[in-house]
Design a protein around this ligand. Structure first.
Ligand SMILES: O=C(O)CCC(=O)C(=O)O
Ligand SMILES: [Fe+2]
Length: 254
C-alpha cells in the first residue's frame, strides 16, 4: 500500500511543500511516494518538522543509503552520519554548488534541518538545473553535447563529469556545471572554455530558475543533488546552525 500526501508547489519550475505530519511521512507506506515526489519536484520542504537526530537519519534513509559527511566536514557528537554546519565555526556555503561534484560519485541528495537561525537572513536558495538546460538553445546544447567539465575542490581532489547529464530515474537532462567546483571544460582552448563556462554560470544564476527558502526553526528541506544546485546566504549577524544528512541512491550513469 502507498500513501499519498498533498504537495503544494513553491515556484513555477520546481520545489514543493508537504504539510502532512512528520510521523506519517516516516511510515513505510509513504516511502515510495516520497521518492517519486523528490524526483518530480527536486526540492521538498517539510515546515517545522523538527526531527530528532534519529528521525532525521530515518528520513534521509527513505531516499537512499545515508552517507557519512566528507572528511573535511564536522560531525555531530551523537552520530557520525549527521554533519553540523555552524556559522560560529566559520562555516559558509555562499557560492552555488551541487554537493561533492569533485568526486566520481556525488551524493544523490540530502536532508537539511534548521536547528538555530538568525533573526533575519541566512536563507538558502536552490536552482533547477533541468529548467536551466531546457532554456538553452538547440545550438548551444549541440555545442555542449559530449563535453566534460573538470570539478575540483583541492589540487588532486577532482573528477570529470559530462556538462549535460541525464537523471538516472527520470532520464531528464540537466546542466551539470557549478561555480564552486568547476575549473574548466576539457579539451577546449582555455579562451573558449572560460567564455562558455562564464556564460553557463550566468545562465544558471537566473532568478527564475531559483526557489528561495526563508527558514523557520525546525524546517526540513530535502533536495535531489542530481537536478539542483544550492547556495546559502551569508547575509546575517548572529548564529546559524544546520544539520545535514546526505544520501546515495541511483547514481548518474558514468
Ligand atoms: O547551509 C545551508 O543552507 C546549505 C548548506 C549546504 O551547502 C549543504 O548542506 O550542502
Ligand atoms: Fe551544499
Amino acid at each position: 500500500m502507498t500513501t499519498t500526501f498533498a504537495l503544494t508547489p513553491l515556484s513555477g519550475h520546481f520545489a514543493a511543500r508537504i504539510d502532512t505530519p512528520f510521523d506519517e511521512l516516516l511510515d513505510e507506506a509513504s516511502h515510495q511516494a516520497l521518492r517519486d515526489a523528490l524526483v518530480e519536484h527536486k526540492v521538498l520542504v517539510l515546515p517545522g518538522a523538527d526531527p530528532s537526530i534519529e528521525q532525521h537519519i530515518a528520513l534521509a534513509t527513505v531516499f537512499g543509503d545515508a552517507e557519512p559527511p566528507q572528511p573535511q566536514n564536522p560531525r555531530h557528537e551523537d552520530s557520525d552520519l549527521v554533519c553540523v554546519f555552524d556559522s560560529a565555526e566559520g562555516y559558509k556555503a555562499d557560492r552555488w554548488h551541487a554537493d561533492e561534484t569533485f568526486t566520481d560519485t556525488p551524493s544523490s541528495g540530502a536532508a537539511l534541518v534548521m536547528r538555530m537561525k538568525p533573526d533575519v537572513g541566512g536563507d538558502t536558495l536552490w536552482l533547477d538545473t533541468e529548467a536551466a538546460h531546457d532554456a538553452l538553445s538547440n545550438g548551444m546544447r549541440t555545442l555542449l553535447a559530449n563535453r566534460r567539465a573538470r570539478h575540483e575542490i583541492a589540487p588532486g581532489v577532482a573528477a570529470e563529469h559530462p556538462v549535460i547529464r541525464h537523471h538516472p530515474v527520470s532520464g531528464r537532462p540537466c546542466l551539470f556545471v557549478n561555480e564552486t567546483f568547476v575549473r574548466g571544460i576539457v579539451n577546449l582552448p582555455p579562451i573558449e572554455s572560460e567564455a562558455i563556462l562564464a556564460m553557463l554560470l550566468k545562465h544558471l544564476a537566473r532568478p527564475d530558475f531559483a526557489y528561495r527558502h526563508r527558514w523557520e526553526k525546525g524546517d526540513v528541506v530535502i533536495w535531489d543533488n542530481r537536478s539542483t544546485q544550492h547556495i546559502a546566504m551569508a547575509d546575517f549577524t548572529g548564529r546559524r546552525v544546520v544539520h545535514r544528512v546526505g544520501f546515495v541512491a541511483e547514481p548518474f550513469a558514468a
